[in-house]
Design a protein around this ligand. Structure first.
Ligand code: CTP
Length: 403
């Protein structure tokens, strides 16, 4: 998942040698789940073919106001294209196009579309050393930025002329990361760091056996996604699970046992703003782990157990500025038990699920929760998908950290 997922991206290609990089750029946008349309200036077709970009973007490429060869000569509506886009990127942006856009010289479809666009417009300039430093180019940069556009700085290196210096278009991966960062900076959780625990833990009995539980990890992963989509940076400490997450703002830390999870959580906790412990941590572990596989010998077999460390409680002890959220899975006296956990573990919020509610719990795709805060004010939510529950939880946290 990426912040670009579902976004409509309009890519304007102008006539610079760096146009060859736009094939990769389109591929990266598509891979991140965005919808892409491309407008090329007529001269840019000398550098990369419309066929390449239409194939990669899965959309026809537009270049002129109407297609002379086409029988019905349909007008390419620049206003429609400009309004369609959530993000407009001009890459590579040549000195010529930058200057014409600065002054509203509207002699091609790309510039007409730029003048009609209402979304944020990014420019990835590419030109030779002296052109990049020329006062008229610098003037274009300044004016376009004053109009609310965003410049993605060119980098230094070997240029097509053979000269070495500033003027290389940023690499496609860096352009994507730059745009993602820009989107994130306008999101409500930007700059906040979350620690989230997820999944079960496995407590080894011997090299092949363990004590575990049915936690799927889904709730924790949905929480990570929901907070990351609002711009937060996530440290997701997860026990063994089949869940996957590919989000540029999520750092996944895989652990096996409660002890591993405890160590990982304490490593990150100091610099965290919000910690949510949704993992189903084993309460007990075998006192001794056999170094060899235990052989079947006797009719009954006892495994002495000892308590694991309570991670949430230990975070409650270390807590300074952090907002701490726990989960409680109960079968009886639900609210009273949850409230006592808030006190015992020094929590700011607890998410209660009752096993008496059908569809709630840790091995389902849905959940039904009651969220109770440190003032014991509770809010009941209906049965929902775990993705929707995650959004509710993050929303409740946001209301309190920004109160
Ligand atoms: N938790 C934890 N470390 C543990 C056990 C639990 O971090 N070793 C966290 C869970 O992630 C959850 C919360 O504590 O957020 C509540 O877990 P739960 O098992 O319901 O609470 P316990 O304190 O173990 O109480 P009990 O089992 O007696 O209900």
């Amino acid at each position: 998942m990426s912040l670009l997922s579902g976004k409509k991206i309009l890519l304007g290609v102008t006539a610079g040698i760096a146009a060859y990089k736009t094939a990769n750029l389109v591929r990266l946008f598509i891979k991140s789940g965005a919808e892409v349309k491309v407008i090329m200036t007529p001269a840019s077709k000398d550098f990369i073919t419309p066929l390449t970009l239409s194939t990669l973007s899965k959309n026809p490429v537009h270049s002129t106001f109407y297609d002379k060869e086409s029988e019905n000569e349909l007008w390419n509506n620049h206003v429609e294209l400009g309004l369609w886009a959530d993000i407009f990127l001009i890459a590579p942006a040549t000195a010529n196009t930058l200057s014409k856009m600065t002054n509203g010289v509207c002699d091609n479809l790309l510039i007409a579309t730029y003048l009609s666009a209402k979304c944020k417009v990014f420019f990835a300039p590419a030109m030779d050393l002296d052109m990049y430093k020329h006062p008229s180019t610098l003037d274009s940069f300044k004016k376009l930025q004053n109009y609310g556009n965003v410049m993605i700085p060119a980098t230094s290196g070997e240029l097509a002329s053979g000269l070495i210096g500033e003027g290389r278009m940023a690499e496609p991966e860096d352009i994507v990361a730059f745009i993602e960062q820009e989107i994130a900076s306008s999101l409500p959780l930007y700059g906040k760091r979350f620690l989230i625990t997820a999944g079960p833990t496995h407590e080894a009995i011997d090299p092949v056996r363990f004590i575990g539980n049915h936690s799927s990890g889904k709730m924790g992963f949905e929480l990570a996604k929901a907070a990351a989509n609002l711009g937060a940076e996530i440290f997701l400490v997860t026990g063994p699970t089949h869940q996957t997450i590919a989000h540029s703002f999520v750092h996944r830390i895989d652990v096996i046992s409660a002890e591993d999870m405890y160590q990982a959580c304490h490593q990150y906790f100091e610099n965290i703003d919000v910690a949510i412990c949704s993992a189903a941590v084993a309460d007990y572990k075998p006192k001794n782990v056999a170094s060899e596989k235990i052989k079947k010998k006797v009719a009954t077999f006892n495994i002495p157990l000892e308590p694991t460390k309570d991670i949430l409680k230990s975070l409650g002890v270390s807590k300074k500025h952090q907002f701490l959220v726990g989960f409680a899975l109960e079968t009886n006296d639900e609210v009273a038990n949850a409230k006592s956990k808030i006190k015992r573990k020094n929590l700011d919020l607890i998410v209660l699920n009752s096993l008496r509610d059908k569809g709630a719990g840790f091995a389902t795709d849905t959940n039904k929760v009651t969220i109770i805060d440190a003032d014991y004010i509770g809010k009941d939510f209906t049965l929902k998908s775990k993705a929707a529950v995650a959004k509710d939880i993050i929303n409740e946290i946001m209301q309190r950290i920004y109160a």
